[in-house]
Design a binder for this molecule. Structure first.
Ligand code: GLU
Length: 467
């Protein structure tokens, strides 16, 4: 049997990290078992679904590298099929028209509450023999009234629901459009899903869906309900806790692998290993090993992982992602080193790609102003002769490489009887506008002789103009 899993988001917002984790678990499960992973867009809620959200989901999946073998399928393109199945259930006697008005339902529930019963639809329209004119009815599924349904959950174990507690749910609205529980079952059946891995907010839907599968004579898939993600305050992770959209992590300079690695560890572990390559995730992950308890999102840990990935990934890979950040900043890359060179230079220092992009812009653009404090301390009458001397020395180097550059800084410092920092820092401010950069000799090598001399010249003029 080929394992078939799916990710079935409703396009009512961006791809949330919780959704991304569910998608990752389904994807890993399919990949691990040589199965198929399907993307299905559940867009039947016409009022809340938007094209932008669909795009945000597709973008998020693609950025994360969660590729799908089939789809995206859109539920809005399958209305005819849902109608067919609703009709089948009607014909079989497993569904019926319900004419109850809102008031009638409210009244029913109130009485149940007064009798200390759980409010539920009591099935009163099950036995109607004639339609009630002038009312557009809903269609309800005839849930079995006795016995129970066991959801054999791969994470939680068996969860039993008594049929007596499940009421006859609405499967078609008065305008004939199908509801969520119906469309999911029809799709999971038609798309031959073997495993449904989804958020545990759907656990209560599963027994109802299993009953519909049974009524249709189809074998229900296996289920795994993934516990939710909590914010640092113990409440369900939401916008309140800051960024929760997957793409905002890209914007903040995370690598997709770091986010995936973080998400896979959220509620799952393999010994005390923290860093997993995608291959290792596929090899070691098993849905049955996911924790039952909710896990808390920890930005510090994500940041730590990101740093590990930046440090240890090939520079060419980092360069690919850095390119997006440079594009956002409209940086003309032809004016400086390759992004691969930048990645190599910053891999040991940057925690995020935003940090890497921001601190390497000076390679491509002239410094437009000096940081006030940095300039006061480093661009002054004391450093002026050092800068002037260095300008001459650097202009005479024959091989523009880190080593001879380093030697000149050293010799200059010795000659003026100052520490090397006293020579290096003013140059740093001249080229970056600030006091931080990777090792100065390598930085200057990459920046090139012309740009270096120009920047030092400008700093000298600036000092002279300050008087
Ligand atoms: N469309 C549902 C949601 O976004 C998921 C349904 C499912 O996975 O069965 O919550």
């Amino acid at each position: 049997m080929t394992i078939r899993t799916r990710f079935a988001p409703s396009p009512t917002g961006y791809l949330h990290v919780g959704g991304a984790r569910t998608a990752l678990f389904s994807w890993l499960y399919a990949r691990k078992h040589g199965g198929r992973f399907v993307l299905r867009i559940e867009d039947t809620d016409l009022e809340r679904s938007t094209d932008e959200s669909v795009q945000a989901i597709l973008d998020g999946m693609s950025w994360l590298g969660l590729d799908y073998d089939e789809g995206p399928f859109y539920q809005t393109q399958r209305f005819d099929r849902y109608k067919e199945i609703i009709q089948q259930l009607m014909d079989q006697g497993d569904a019926y028209y319900c004419y109850c008005s809102k008031d009638e339902l409210e009244d029913m529930r109130e009485k149940q509450r007064a009798n200390k019963e759980k409010p539920r639809y009591d099935g009163r329209c099950r036995h109607l023999t004639a339609p009630k004119p002038g009312i557009d009815p809903v269609i309800r599924f005839k849930n079995p009234t006795s016995g129970s349904v066991v959801v054999k959950d791969m994470i939680r174990g068996d969860v039993e629901f008594k049929n007596a507690e499940l009421d006859d749910l609405i499967i078609a609205r008065p305008d004939g459009t199908p509801t969520y529980n119906l469309t999911v079952v029809v799709d999971d059946m038609d798309m031959q899903m073997t495993h449904v891995i989804r958020g545990d907010d759907h656990l209560n839907n599963s027994p109802r869906q299993i009953n519909i599968f049974n009524a249709l004579g189809a074998e229900p898939p296996k289920f795994a309900h993934v516990p939710m993600i909590l914010g640092d305050d113990g409440a369900r992770l939401s916008k309140r806790h800051g960024a929760v959209g997957v793409m905002s992590y890209r914007d903040q300079g995370y690598l997709p692998e770091a986010l995936l690695n973080y998400l896979v560890r959220l509620g799952w572990s393999h010994g005390d290993q923290e860093v997993f390559s995608i291959q290792e995730m596929i090899e070691f992950f098993d849905i049955e090993d996911v924790n039952r308890a909710a896990s808390s999102f920890n930005t510090e840990k994500l940041l730590w992982l990101n740093q590990q990935y930046i440090k240890n990934s090939p520079a060419s890979h980092i360069a690919k992602h850095l390119a997006w950040h440079m594009e956002q900043r409209s940086v003309d890359l032809s004016a400086g080193p390759t992004l691969e060179q930048i990645a190599e230079l910053y891999q040991e220092r940057a925690k995020t790609l935003v940090e890497m992009a921001d601190s390497s812009i000076f390679f491509y653009e002239k410094v437009s102003s000096y940081d006030e404090k940095a300039a006061k301390k480093n661009l002054n009458q004391t450093s002026l002769p050092l800068l002037q001397d260095m300008k001459t020395r650097l202009s005479q180097i024959t091989d523009w490489l880190a080593e001879p550059i380093h030697t000149e800084i050293k010799v200059c410092a010795e000659k003026h009887e100052v520490g090397m920092g006293k020579v290096a820092q003013p140059i740093r401010v001249a080229i970056t506008g600030n006091t931080v950069s990777p090792s100065l000799d390598v930085t200057l090598e990459l920046l090139g002789r012309e740009r270096t001399l120009e920047a030092i010249g400008l700093a000298i003029d600036w000092i002279i103009n300050q008087g």
